[in-house]
Ligand binder design. Structure first.
Ligand code: ZN
Length: 475
């Protein structure tokens, strides 16, 4: 897909604020499934970005969902969003457009919330079976007419897919209990600028899947006009909103709230253990367990998960975590290996204190990241390119300890990687600085060791001479 930033004007009715007039065209994008370019338009009234030409959701295949379950589902971000609502234990939850159902599953695990998911996709059918959830194959329409009202109505990355968001919000409002909260997440329209890196912009736009994007002000206005009191905030290029019938429930909202990493590790543990051998879920959860444990330096917990991770990776891709060399140079490997081998490298290097074994893992991670780019002509998720750059930086750090002559070549690859989007200037500069510092430390270590060796040799020589003189050695 190629995107071109342009100026111009397009007549269009904004689906967010209903402003109907000449709107500002900001970009055009070339998509493989349409002959003409797709316009990206910004509403002059509310700042929403309006995208045309949506594809039917059936475009997603089982393989796409595997990739989601295995790697790209932001399970920790979903958990944080639940925590941020500040809602107590035991709530009744409705997840509209629940997809695979991670939010329902996390809510059950973290807060003992129980609920229903609505989603017509194949992902939902899989989540129902694989996570054991009450997921029904519909949406928030008249066909779904339960007796009860829900304490938490959750709908993540859904509203931007809906042609009439006002109708959607009215339907949610009717099913919300008097003190309940409606929790929404959606990409931020203000992230659509020429300054946003493509790896961020690509999923934000999701041309073909998204009808529109709102910015924070537009989102608040949309919710207010639908009869809600609302709090809206940013998390990176994404927006969070909690809305309620009255301001009371908003007092418990904590935009800075985060899930304790230990809880995430426990969740990943439970899910990795319950998943079918060889499944995307088994590998995805064992991978997340390692990543999360390493993010908090829980080295023992990370190590404890390695046997399960090893089996999951062998079962699914016949790749052995103990044989990172077998991955290097292969282009047919899944991107999840970038994350697995990077974290494994950290563990080998810092926990087991083996720069050699660490380097082998970092090389595998960097190679698997580059393979994703080579295979698809782009990075399909924002995590892989960043981790690929980190892996190269840590490979250079490891080499600085035992093979400093190889450092320059790795740093050159770090720069080449940045040109295709693996890491930005800031990250690469930081990694280079760390490598230079490490080289300096190693050089001074070598010097110190050399000096000490010479001093010891001198002492030995003197002792020997003294020994000879005293006749000690002659005996
Ligand atoms: Zn508008």
């Amino acid at each position: 897909m190629e995107l071109e930033w342009v100026d111009g004007s397009v007549d269009l009715r904004c689906p967010v604020c209903a402003h109907s007039a000449a709107q500002r065209r900001v970009a055009r994008i070339d998509v493989p499934w349409r002959d003409e370019l797709v316009d990206i338009v910004r509403c002059v009234e509310c700042g929403a970005v309006v995208l045309g030409a949506t594809l039917p959701p059936s475009m997603y295949t089982d393989a796409d969902w595997d990739y989601y379950i295995e790697q790209i589902a932001g399970v920790n971000t979903i958990a944080d969003t639940l925590v941020q609502t500040g809602f107590g234990r035991g709530a009744r939850m409705l997840d509209v457009g629940c997809g695979y159902g991670f939010a329902l599953d996390l809510a059950r695990f973290l807060f003992d919330w129980k609920g229903i998911g609505l989603d017509p996709s194949i992902a939902a059918a899989r989540g129902k079976a694989e996570l054991g959830l009450d997921i029904r194959p519909g949406m928030l329409d008249d066909a779904f007419d339960p007796e009860e009202r829900f304490d938490v109505i959750f709908s993540s990355e859904v509203i931007e897919h809906i042609a009439d968001p006002r109708e959607f919000l009215a339907a949610a409002r009717r099913r919300l209990s008097p003190d309940g909260v409606l929790v929404l997440t959606t990409p931020d329209a203000d992230a659509v600028t020429p300054d946003t890196p493509w790896t961020t912009l690509y999923p934000v736009l999701s041309v073909g899947n998204h009808e529109f994007l709102v910015n924070a002000d537009g989102f608040e206005r949309l919710l207010r006009e639908a009869g809600f009191h609302a709090k809206v905030w940013n998390v990176g290029p994404s927006l969070r909103a909690v809305a309620a019938h009255h301001p009371g429930p908003l007092e418990s909202v904590r935009p800075e709230g985060q899930t304790a990493v230990i809880d995430l590790v426990r969740y990943a543990d439970e899910r990795a253990a319950s998943a079918a051998p060889g499944s995307a879920l088994a590998l995805g959860m064992a991978t997340r367990r390692l990543k999360w444990a390493m993010s908090e330096n829980m080295l023992d917990r990370a190590s404890a998960g390695l046997p399960a991770l090893r089996s999951a990776l062998l079962d699914r891709y016949q790749i052995d975590i103990d044989d990172p060399e077998s991955v290097v140079g292969r282009t047919d490997v899944p991107a999840v290996l970038t994350i697995i081998f990077f974290n494994l490298g950290l563990l080998r290097m810092w926990h087991e204190r083996s720069p050699q074994r660490g380097a082998a893992c970092f090389a595998a991670a960097a190679s698997a990241g580059a393979a994703q780019f080579e295979r698809h002509g782009l990075y399909q998720d924002p995590e892989t390119p960043t981790v690929e750059a980190l892996a190269r930086g840590h490979l250079a750090l490891a080499f600085a300890r035992f093979a400093p002559e190889k450092v320059d070549a790795v740093l050159a690859e770090l720069d080449q990687g940045m040109e295709r989007g693996a890491g930005n200037t800031e990250l690469v500069a930081e990694l280079r600085a760390r490598v230079q510092a490490e080289l300096a430390v190693q050089r001074s270590l070598v010097k110190r060791t050399y000096r000490r060796a010479r001093a010891i040799a001198g002492t030995m020589k003197r002792r020997l001479q003294n020994g000879v003189k005293s006749g000690f050695l002659a005996r």
